[in-house]
Write a protein that binds this ligand. Structure first.
Ligand SMILES: [Zn+2]
Ligand SMILES: [Zn+2]
Length: 271
């Protein structure tokens, strides 16, 4: 058999890049889900260990559905403690236990989110299962290095929302590509700085008119232009903006001249 070039290896009949990393949208909707859009969450799928970003409903099922091995999941990074971003956590820990996991499961969050996550896990008595849970506190610090390994780096910065919230930047060591998730936030310098020069900006757009703690299309355009990102993928959008996608995109494009599109549940992006 001819050897494949570079990082490519044969697994069964499939040729797989052993360093291939993907971001999969497990949900693309706002706090009020729809028939086609669940609450926004992601998984970073990497041979160095996968990482969930936020934890909406049925995370275990969604990992299986997208072909991500739950055994390779290192942990979850929770951006903030609103229900649409955190309510799947007890279910995930419970299913990892039933799945036979005995490896530590890491939970990264700021202090407020950690309190809520702890209370949720207390309620369901999930501390004394065979799954060791390890909590990691994200300080109120810009571009904080959350974790790094041979294939990727993860940084967070506090952003401007109704409760303490972090935005997330994932950088691939191999390709050098970077993806940022705004989390829920109004326009802020911290997000522009974290997203600076990113290839992908997964940006919330939960309001129709300019807002302090969420973003409207005009504000998305201003921030994306200032940050100089290559592509904006809209997630967590107000339902009315989804009804008029061309109007929404043209509003953003008044300020920002890169690529803009709406994310869809189960979209896959190469990192
Ligand atoms: Zn939200
Ligand atoms: Zn929120």
């Amino acid at each position: 058999m001819k050897r494949p070039p570079g990082n490519l290896t044969y697994i069964g009949a499939r040729m797989v890049d052993s360093k291939r990393q993907r971001i999969i949208l497990l949900g693309s909707g706002p706090a009020l889900a729809s028939a086609t859009r669940d609450n926004t969450s992601f998984v970073l799928d990497s041979p160095a260990g996968s990482l969930l970003i936020d934890c909406g409903g049925g995370p275990f099922h969604k990992l299986l559905r997208t072909g991500v091995d739950p055994a390779c999941l290192k942990g979850v990074l929770l951006t903030h403690a609103h229900p649409d971003h955190i309510y799947g956590l007890p279910s995930l820990v419970h299913e990892l236990w039933l799945f036979g996991r005995r490896e530590p499961f890491h939970i990264y969050s700021n202090g407020h989110t950690q309190q809520v996550a702890t209370a949720l896990l207390d309620t369901f008595q999930l501390w004394n299962t065979p799954v060791p849970l390890e909590l990691h506190l994200l300080p109120d610090e810009e571009k904080f290095l959350v974790l790094e390994n041979e294939l990727y780096l993860v940084h967070t910065s506090p952003v401007k929302h109704l409760v303490p919230t972090v935005a997330v930047r994932v950088t691939s060591r191999g390709s050098g590509r970077a993806a940022v998730f705004s989390a829920d936030t109004g326009p802020c310098r911290e997000l522009v700085s974290l997203a600076s020069g990113a290839d992908l900006l997964f940006q919330e757009c939960a309001e129709e008119e300019p807002h302090q703690f969420h973003c409207a299309p005009q504000q998305v355009g201003e921030m994306a232009a200032e940050a100089g990102v290559a592509e904006v993928i809209l997630v967590h959008c107000h339902p009315n903006l989804l009804k008029e996608p061309y109007l929404t995109i043209s509003e953003i494009r008044k300020q920002y001249h890169g690529s803009v599109r709406f994310g869809e549940d189960f979209d896959v992006y190469e990192l």
